[in-house]
Ligand binder design. Sequence first.
Ligand code: F6P
Length: 324
Amino acid sequence: MAIKNVAVLTSGGDAPGMNAAIRAVVRTAVHYRLKIYGIKYGYQGLVENDLIELHRGSVANIIQRGGTILGTARSREFETSKGMTKAKRTIDRYQIDGLVVIGGNGTMRGANAFMKKFGVKIVGIPGTIDNDLFGTDFTIGFDTAINNALDAVDQIRDTASSLERLFFIEVMGREAGFIGLAVGLAGGAEEILIPETRTSIPELVKRLNENIKKGKKSNIVIVSEGDEAGNAFTIARKVKRALNEDYRVAVLGYIQRGGKPTANDRILASKLGNAAVRALKTGIYGCMVGEVNQKIVYTPFKKTYSKKKRINKKIYQIIRTLSE
Ligand code: F6P
C-alpha cells in the first residue's frame, strides 16, 4: 500500500549535518506529495505527542546550521513498554505510515524495538560524530567533528612546540576510536590511544622518551575518551610517574559536536535523507540507509549496532611510521 504520511525525528547526541538530513527528508517527501511531520526531541516527542507539520519552507536556510532544529533527546521513557505504547498512539493518531529516524546506535536500537513491537515502518539515517555504525563508510557529523578537533589540535601544536611541551588531547567517540584515528593522522600526532588497540603505558613512555631524546620539539598524544587505560588526565598522570616531563591536558569536548557542517557532511546528509524517503516509498524499511563505496546500501537495524565496525589498522601503523 502506498504511504501518505511520513514523520522524521533526530535522537541521541546532536551531530552537524542533522539539519541537512531533515531538509532532504522533508524536501523529498514534498516532492512525492507526502505529508511530513517533524517530531520534537527524538522518541520522547513521539511519546508525548509533540510534533509539527513541516513544509518546504520549514527547512529553508538550515542546511548550513549545526545541531538539529527538531531538538533531540536520549529518551528513557521510550525504552519502557508503557512509553512505547504511548508512542504508538501518536503514530496511529496521525496515521504515520513511514518514520525516518536520524541518530546513532541508540537510535537504531530504539527503531528496531519499536518496529518489532508494533510493526511500524521505519528507516534510519546514521547521524553521529562517532562514526561507529556498521553499514556506512561514514556517519553524518563525523567529518565536521574531526575538522573541528583538528583546528584545536593545530592551535595547541603552536604552544606545544613553542614551549617544547608534551600534550595529551582528549577527543570524543564514546567507545570508538574513529575520531582519534582520523585526528591523529591529519594532525600529525606522535601517539594515539584508542579503545580498539591495547594501550601500554610503559611502551608509550618508552616511545615518548625516544622522541624527546631525538630532539622532537613537541609531542602530542591523542586520547580517545573511551580508551581502556583511562581518560587523558589519568593517562597523563601515569606517564608523568615514569617520565619526568612537564605536560598539559586539553579535553576538546563539545566544540567537536557543534558548528556548521562541512561540505562532506552536507552532501552525505542530502543523499541519505533523499534515499530514506525513497526507500519508504518503494517498500524498503526496517533498515538504516548508508553509503558504502559511494553506493546507497540498506542494513537491517540490528546489524548496524551489533556488528562491530572495524577501524583501519593500517592508518594506525601509518601514524606510527610518520611520527617516528
Ligand atoms: O555519541 C556522540 C557523543 O558525543 C560521544 O562521542 C560522547 O561520548 C557522547 O556523545 C556524550 O553524550 P552526552 O552529550 O549525552 O553526554
